[in-house]
Design a protein around this ligand. Structure first.
Ligand SMILES: [Zn+2]
Length: 231
């Protein structure tokens, strides 16, 4: 039987790589790190899942961690399961439950569900960490992110929920767009414009060709008339 094995990986805090235990949600991709713990590596395998589960995570059995779930995803899954058991419902209803978990929570009226649903507030350290990283990879309001960076990648890189990154970026930096993306869109527009121009040119040439052909046919006919007349 294979067991999950937990090791500390470096997470950047105040520009310094700091060893932390880290989980990434297999469903929504958000991540959370566990602050420095005093337990040694030999009991990490049992203590790390316990600590995360205390915070509302579901720690899966798979070794690659792809069935780990963050508290809001755990809650959403439980809610969906509860509804599948108790209510016969249409496709639309299922969609509503999945996209608006808060509504589902209100309807279920379970206080512990409300507590788990509410995302943890970011600490000052986390706020600083996200700010510093944005300062590094976000060019300016007009260009947006430098090549390759997005809210999602930054959140993944720092091991924080994506919503935190979006909030800080929106409030202090600019829209979620990137230089690279804008360049690609501009290039695509240029290619499409060139293509339209080319099509127009081809069309004009074809019309010229048709006109020429008509004139050639007319000339040929008069030539034949002249030939017949002189014979
Ligand atoms: Zn999640």
């Amino acid at each position: 039987m294979s067991r999950r094995h937990f090791v500390e990986t470096p997470v950047r805090e105040d520009g310094q790589p700091v060893p932390r235990y880290r989980l990434v949600c297999g469903s929504c991709g958000c991540g959370e790190t566990l602050g420095r713990q005093n337990f040694g590596s030999e009991i990490a395998d049992s203590q790390v899942p316990k600590k995360f589960e205390e915070r509302g995570w579901s720690v899966g059995k798979r070794r690659d961690g792809r069935d780990d779930l963050c508290p809001s995803c755990v809650n959403r899954e439980q809610e969906a399961r509860r509804r599948r058991l108790h209510v016969v419902q249409s496709e639309e209803c299922v969609t509503v439950v999945q996209t608006t978990p808060s509504l589902a929570v209100v309807e279920a009226g379970k206080p512990q569900a409300t507590a788990a649903e509410k995302p943890r507030e970011m600490t000052r350290d986390e706020r600083r960490l996200i700010w510093a990283k944005l300062d590094e990879v976000y060019v300016d309001e007009k260009a947006g992110y430098s090549a390759g960076w997005t809210d999602a990648r930054l959140a993944e890189d720092l091991g924080v929920p994506r919503a935190w990154v979006s909030t800080i970026r929106d409030e202090n930096f600019g829209p979620d767009q990137s230089e690279e993306l804008q360049r690609t869109v501009a290039e695509a527009r240029a290619v499409m414009a060139a293509n339209t121009e080319h099509a127009k040119a081809v069309e004009a040439l074809m019309q010229q060709g048709a006109a020429l052909l008509k004139r050639a046919e007319a000339v040929e006919r008069s030539l034949r008339r002249i030939e017949t007349a002189v014979r």
